[in-house]
Design a binder for this molecule. Structure first.
Ligand code: ADP
Ligand code: MG
Length: 396
């Protein structure tokens, strides 16, 4: 097991220019930040850095900017939101490299904060271009990465630039440390019994996580679109339900592996089906072996939810990734909401990871009742899968 990176707490940052990579990849609408969770999550590190007298240079990516400036993905609204949260002026710089940026960052006073424009406005970011990484690194004397959500990407601002700083001048922020600590409790230091609940749409993107969790969990509960693949693997019809054919043999393997390991694999016993999402009014519940040819499973049924409750009742640790149904469309939100409530009411150490799963937890207003809500979807799954996180490794 590799050690944790140095904490910002152990670095000498007073009076120094600190490059702080944050994850301000927030949803923006009409020039306003729609959900500021990610900004709020970064505040402890930013406040600590200011109080320690650092000259704080913040950097982030936003949206799907493709290597050139795109006003739609400007971080300007995030700078405004951050200024309000901190109650201070935040200098927003219209680029992240170049002479003007160098001068502006060099002029910062201890405790002052600047936010650079979207690093993905330069192709060198995602390409992890050494020259671009060197330019970013030249802006500061200390490098701290607090962007757990992008830690699974080897980009210039998350990985490439780190090597320009000495081992005692680079480290992790508080959010990064909190994520690594919480997620290691569903990876290495597991309090058992350990239940893993998996759902969502992308079985192919989650194979590694699925396989890793099958090796660690005592109970594996499957819902959402992922469940259809298990139904098909049992030779049962799935009608028009979401199905990636390559996912079926994977489900088969998981079934066999659970048997071999003595892991309880809990598949839905009933589903809520409808002819289409548009015809949600015709939704009805059917048994798992009776999915109609002309319908699709859009949620787990009430009996399944009840069984999930029973099967996780004595769990000491529960990890959940992936909604149980198309929770964006009523009434197919019931299964996801039910699992969210079950997690919230549990006395276990509970962790939720994954973009849409986390959104569902916030929608249900239950985030405070979960032990750890991860800010990283792909990063949390990669970490649990035992894959390297370039953004963490670069700090060591
Ligand atoms: P996460 O972001 O939490 O990792 P995914 O991205 O894998 O989860 O999947 C989220 C999506 O899965 C949701 O938008 C939801 O509508 C969809 N989904 C869940 N269950 C089903 C289903 N039975 N059929 C189709 N889509 C589903
Ligand atoms: Mg998703």
């Amino acid at each position: 097991m590799s050690s944790l990176p140095k904490s910002i707490r152990d670095l000498s940052i007073g009076g120094k220019r600190l490059f702080l990579r944050v994850d301000f990849n927030v949803p923006i609408k009409d020039g306003m930040v729609k959900d500021d969770t990610r900004i709020v999550e970064a505040l402890p590190t930013i406040r600590f850095a200011r109080e320690a007298g650092a000259k704080v240079v913040l950097a982030s990516h936003l949206g799907k900017a493709k290597g050139s400036p795109d006003p739609k993905y400007s971080l300007a609204p995030a700078a405004e939101r951050l200024a309000t949260a901190l109650g201070i002026k935040v200098r927003f710089l219209p680029d992240c490299v170049g002479e003007a940026v160098r001068q502006a960052t060099a002029a910062l006073e201890p405790g002052e904060v600047a936010l650079l424009e979207n690093v993905r406005f330069h192709a060198g970011e995602e390409a992890n271009d050494p020259a671009f990484a060197a330019e970013l690194a030249a802006l500061a004397e200390v490098y701290v990465n607090d962007a757990f959500g992008t830690a699974h990407r080897a980009h210039a601002s998350t990985a490439g630039m780190a090597k320009h700083f000495a081992a005692d001048a680079r480290g992790a922020g508080f959010l990064m440390a909190k994520e690594l600590e919480a997620l290691s409790k569903v990876k290495d230091d597991i309090d058992r019994p350990f239940a893993a609940i998996l759902g969502g749409a992308k079985i192919l993107g989650k194979i590694a996580a699925l396989e890793a969790l099958v090796e660690k969990a005592d109970v594996v509960l499957i819902g959402g679109g992922m469940a259809n693949h298990f139904v098909a693997a049992l030779g049962l019809p799935v009608g028009k339900s979401l199905l990636e054919p390559e996912g079926v043999p994977i489900a088969r393997k998981v079934i066999d592996r659970c048997k071999a390991r003595g892991v309880k694999l809990v598949l839905p016993s009933d589903f809520v089906v409808a002819p289409s999402l548009e015809r949600a009014g015709e939704a009805k519940t059917v048994a798992m072996n009776a999915l109609p040819d002309a319908g699709a499973a859009f949620d787990i049924g009430a009996k399944t939810l009840e069984m999930f409750r029973r099967m996780t009742a004595d769990a000491k640790t529960i990890f959940w990734n992936g909604p149980m149904g198309v929770f964006e469309t009523k009434p197919f939100d019931a299964g996801t909401r039910g699992v969210a409530e079950m997690m919230a009411a549990s006395g276990a150490f509970t962790v939720v990871g994954g973009g849409e799963s986390v959104e569902a937890i916030h929608q249900a207003g239950l985030a405070e009742k979960i032990s750890h809500v991860s800010t990283g979807g792909g990063a949390s799954l990669d970490f649990i899968s035992g894959k390297p996180l370039p953004g963490v490794d670069a700090l060591r």
